[in-house]
Structure formats: C-alpha cells, structure tokens
Design a binder for this molecule. Sequence first.
Ligand code: CP3
Length: 348
Amino acid sequence: MNDRFLRALAREPVDRTPVWIMRQAGRYLPEYRATRARAGSFVTLCKTPELACEVTLQPLARYPLDAAILFSDILTIPDAMGLGLSVEEGVGPRLAKPVRTRADIEKLGVPDPETDLRYVMDAVRLIRRELHDKAPLIGFAGSPWTLACYMIEGEGSSSFARAKALALDDAATMHKLLDVVARSVAAYLAAQASAGVQALMVFDTWGGLLAPDMFGEFSLRYLAQIAQSLQIHNVAKSIPLILFSKGANAHLEVLADTGCAALGLDWTIALGDARTRVGHRVALQGNLDPAVLHASPDAIRREAKRALDSFGPHPGHVFNLGHGITPDVKPESLGVLIEAVQDLSRRA
Ligand code: CP3
C-alpha cells in the first residue's frame, strides 16, 4: 500500500512529498465527461456507486497520485434532508427547496447515513475494493457554515448575503440550522470511516466570507464540534481529519487547535509562513494557485519548486492546489505538475 499521504498527515518522514489534486476527477478529463454523459446527469453519477467508483479511479489511471477522493458532492447532505439537489451544466448546483424561515429549519432532521445516504456508503465500499490499496481513499463533507450558505441561498452566490443576514438578524435560528447540519456531517463522516475511507476532509469553502467574530461563531465553532465528535467516537484516532477553510488564513492557529490532523491552505499564504504559525501541531495540505496550470510547463515546474521550497525539508506536507482544478485545464499540464512535485521532492 502506498501510504505516503497518510504518513505525511501524521507528520512522519516520507521518501517524497505526496500529491493529490482537489477535483482530480472532473470535467478537465475527457474520460470524466464521457462517464458523466453516460450517467445523464451529475446527480445520477453521484448516486450510482458503479459510476462514482469509475470516475474516482480515472485520475489514478492517468497520473501517479498518492490519494483517491470519493467522487460525490458536499450537497448530498442537504439533498438527503429533502432539499432536492440538481446540478445544471454551466449553472452549478441548485436546491429546489431552500430553507428561509425558522419553521423550515425546525423540520430538518439528521439523515441516517446507511439508509438516506446509502449510495455514498456503497460507493466507498466499492471503491475500496477496486482500489486494491493502490492509494488511500479520502472521504469528505461540507462544513456546516458552507452547507448552510447553500441551504439558505438555494444556489451558488459570490456573497451569500441571505445566509449572512439570517446569522445577523436571528443568530438563534442560524445556530439551530448549523447544529443540525453539524450533527449530520459528523454522523456522515463517521459512517464513511466505517465504510472504509482512510482520511476525511471538511470543505469550508465559504468560511473566508465571514468577518473575524462571525467566523468564530458561525464556522470555527462547528468545525471544532465535528473534530471533537470524531474523537469521542474514536474515528479520529485512526482516520486523520483535514480542515480546509478557504480564505480563512487569519484563523490558522485556532483551526489547528480544533484537534484536526491537517489544514488545507489556499494560495494566498506562503506555505513556510503557515508552517511557522501552526508549528508542529498539524500537517499542511496545499497550496498552488490553480491558475498556474494555465501557464507553460516551465512556469508550472518553477511554481511547484517555489511551494516545496517554501514548506522546506520538514515532515508534514501534502502537495495539492489551493482550490479545485478548473474544467479548462489541459490534462497534460496536470501531468507536468505531478511529475515536478515528485522529482523535486525526492529525498536522497
Ligand atoms: O475532488 C474531487 O475530485 C471529488 C469530487 C468533489 C466534487 N465536489 C465533484 C463535483 C468534491 C470534493 C466536491 C466538493 C464541493 N462541492 C465543494 C467544496 C470544494 C470546493 O470546490 O470548494 C463545493 C463548494 C461543492 C458545491 C458544488 N458542486 C459546486 C460549486 C459545483 C459546480 C462546480 C462547477 O464548476 O460547475 C458542484 C458540482 C460538481 N461537484 C462538479 C464536480 C466534478 C461539476 C459537475 C459536473 O460534472 O457538471
């Protein structure tokens, strides 16, 4: 078994820096687009374990990646709560029944992972079988704040002003929503661990939209609650948790104190600076600007070296982008990046 990724998360020495890529199974790959067309829709692709397994494995067939990530979406939880998920080409995700009032929120219950989200657990079990320990499998969920943003807005937004307005006007109702979502996320992650994932990641994609006090109250608090819950249920002992709070570099120290194993970083901070700030509490994952993949091979190699040099010769680095790879990247460019990371980080 290739355990470089798990060793780096445990801050143990490795022969070279492990690398995987957020959205590594996605539209930049022609084989992904073909399977998605066969499925008919993104949601059907997620809900059909055989197809979700197929696309999870596609990037590993092309590149020497050190981890696989379950093919799914963060919005499976709102969908299982009855909000009705669809993803339209060129439009993005949409929830048919957003929650806007206290009454809407009071109706929400915690989905049972093995029944309401059975297709995810079946996909995990199938992927583990098909991976043959070629690489560890990462499971994931959205953060309560990020899921609440979509649940209130019903779709993507650059500001999520409706969600912020609810937090400001009626904090008690917002906390009621965040609490039921946090309990759902914790149960979902624990079930993925039981089904076979070997690491967990929480995507707090919209944490960085919050002013500092609001970040503490509406995002961090629930990330910590999830990390604690996984520890209480003994999941965290064997399954490392990665927290990725995008745009929240002001809060790295408190994020590192939640009990997670690693922090995901976006590209607006130098890896070396982040490492100095969190010390040896956690491993770091990231953080190349995804736009670098539009540049020439020379620039891609130079920027990979810059990131590796910034982190330095310490244990505890997982190479990744600072956010997901975009659909317009040429697959060859990702190949250049992965090869560069592997060559440049090889220890003598
Ligand atoms: O990383 C992987 O390869 C695993 C798969 C994965 C997807 N979504 C597949 C997907 C993961 C980990 C996610 C998480 C996710 N989903 C996040 C957090 C990570 C981030 O990017 O910040 C968020 C915010 C979502 C919500 C979501 N789902 C959005 C914003 C979109 C639209 C993306 C777009 O560019 O149109 C989706 C749909 C989605 N999820 C796609 C994929 C590959 C594209 C859908 C398609 O095939 O048409």
